[in-house]
Design a protein around this ligand. Sequence first.
Ligand code: 5GP
Length: 189
Amino acid sequence: MKELEERILSEGRVLPGGVLKVDGFLNHRIDTALLYDMALEIGRLFEGCGVNKVLTVEASGIALASMAGFVMGCPMVFAKKSRTSNIAADVYTAQVASFTHGNVNTLMVSKSWLSAEDRVLIIDDFLATGAALIGLRDICAQAGAEVVGAAISIEKVFQGGGNRLRAEGMRIESLAKIASMTDSSLEFC
Ligand code: 5GP
């Protein structure tokens, strides 16, 4: 998506460890007009797929997932993160290693909000190693829900997660796909 690529080029900052900082428009201060355009594009890409629930993980996936849910006319559910083992019994859980923080989180979704009737679109702000997507897919499997696919704002293709999951048959649509990035250069696919 051209508009998103231009913002990444003009405002994104590459941090050590292959992390892209886009907190001026995507995940701290949010450009709501850009986010709305992104949600419309996601709605267009998954039109006719029977999506009845959008699923993301707190915190940075929530803004886009909410807007996409609104555009697609369905509720949005977000997985909560816990670093404790004191977890309520009525939740689906998955362990996920965090790319940016280097710790392991337990993702939790209440059994009340995901079921075998659901056709789920997973949404996240970034796709790197694929760990977050795998965790959310696993939670859907526990609920018996069908994963229609995943929509991602920015996929760092060079970190491999997206293509590994596509090879397993998962449909993944990324609005910007970064082929390579260094301190001084960033190239899209
Ligand atoms: P993965 O699980 O695919 O390795 O990483 C995806 C998760 O890590 C996303 O939920 C996102 O919040 C975070 N993440 C991964 N790479 C980046 C990055 O370059 N910048 C930011 N801001 N977050 C990232």
